[in-house]
Ligand binder design. Structure first.
Ligand code: KG4
Ligand code: ZN
Length: 348
């Protein structure tokens, strides 16, 4: 069986073909650089670009897989959460492709997709393709979400914690912007931080070790949530105390200290979740998984940590196809009336 999937929840136009065993046959990602000069994704621009790109991206996913649409058995697409205008482009395209051929269709939750990136066959252990199988704890940290998921099976997950305000990647982006670095901010801030002292400034993320008391004093559910807004404000206050020349001089120390605070917060919640669930295997996804400091800290956990290839960590359609392998697809025409859902609006 062959699955074609489409993902357009944010600013990447993505299509992928995988085999039923989780082998990737193509994974096409067209990133929209048009947002960079605005310092963030502009929803209307994203939707328009998806419209221009979607047909070409689907065609190249099929041709790279050496397939025609007639050889596809199941079509999947991200239903939400995300930017609803952006989602609608990919979701409608996928429904129309499936409907025209009366194929089954699988509407996929974007976060389930990030988790399912781990189920794809990757080359490990001397080139033998292997998937990372449940049970495991999954940390997803990107520009749009920050989530800790308890994954016991392929079909679903339990949310242990999520961000109450900014996502981890957003915190990187906003910090980088305040320091006058480029967008996306994560890689730029990480580069700047390399020369800096992570102890030079103190930026307390809310729920840091000292304040949260390792979660022992808080009810379990809330203690695993993240918050990055306070961190951003503390950087702002620090910058107000420095002249522009001092800020330039101390940019590396500011970046290193700010990065350390984000990574500390991610690590603290992850370690708490591991201890509460008793899980001893960890998967990490989302754009922030590319961060070297986070990776170093994860390696020191002394357990099996799986970080999929970068192209599978950031938004892509192979992860949506992977989730579709374990989803209950809808038969034609039951899916034609389905709608996409925006962030925080998942239908019950
Ligand atoms: O998963 P992703 O490509 O897109 C979504 O947001 O869904 O993640 C992008 C985010 C951006 O906020 C970017 O600044 C962050 O991931 N990022 C990083 C690094 N590379 C990308 N953050 C920290 N360090 C990095 N090396
Ligand atoms: Zn994502």
């Amino acid at each position: 069986m062959t699955i074609l999937a489409i993902e357009t929840s944010c600013d990447d136009t993505c299509a992928s073909v995988i085999d039923v065993d989780g082998r990737i046959r193509s994974n096409v990602i067209s990133s929209q650089r048009a947002h960079d000069r605005f310092g963030g994704v502009v929803p209307e621009i994203a939707s328009r670009h998806h419209l221009e790109l979607i047909n070409v991206v689907v065609e190249s996913a099929l041709s790279q897989a050496n397939l025609t649409l007639d050889e596809v058995d199941l079509i999947a697409a991200t239903q939400g959460p995300g930017l609803v205008g952006a989602l609608l482009v990919g979701f409608s395209t996928a429904k129309v492709l499936a409907g025209a051929r009366e194929l089954p269709f699988a509407p996929i939750d974007h976060l389930q997709g990030h988790i399912a990136a781990n189920f794809l066959l990757g080359e490990r252990d001397g080139g033998i393709p292997q998937a990372f199988e449940p049970p495991f704890l999954c940390l997803i940290a990107s520009g749009g979400h920050t989530l800790l998921a308890d994954v016991r099976e392929h079909e679903g997950f339990e949310t242990l914690g999520r961000t109450l305000d900014d996502a981890a990647g957003e915190a990187f982006d906003k910090g980088a912007r305040m320091l006058g670095l480029g967008f996306p901010g994560g890689p730029a801030l990480e580069r700047m931080a390399q020369e800096g002292d992570p102890h030079a400034f103190e930026f307390p993320a809310s729920g840091s070790r000292s304040r949260a008391g390792r979660g022992a004093t808080r009810p379990f559910g809330r203690s695993l949530d993240f918050s990055f807004a306070g961190l951003k404000t503390s950087l702002l206050y620090q910058l107000r105390e420095l002249s522009p020349a001092q800020t330039r001089e101390r940019a590396a120390d500011l970046a290193a200290s700010y990065q350390a605070a984000i990574v500390d917060h991610l690590m603290l919640r992850t370690e708490q979740a591991l201890s509460v669930t008793g899980l001893d295997r960890l998967a990490v996804g989302g754009g922030v998984a590319a961060n070297g400091e986070l990776r170093r800290r994860l390696e020191n956990l002394g357990m099996s940590v799986h970080v999929p290839a970068k192209s599978l960590c950031t938004d892509n359609a192979a992860m949506i196809a992977s989730a579709a392998r374990f989803a209950e697809p809808l038969a034609y025409p039951a899916y034609l009336g389905l709608d996409a859902y925006a962030t925080g609006e998942r239908p019950r």
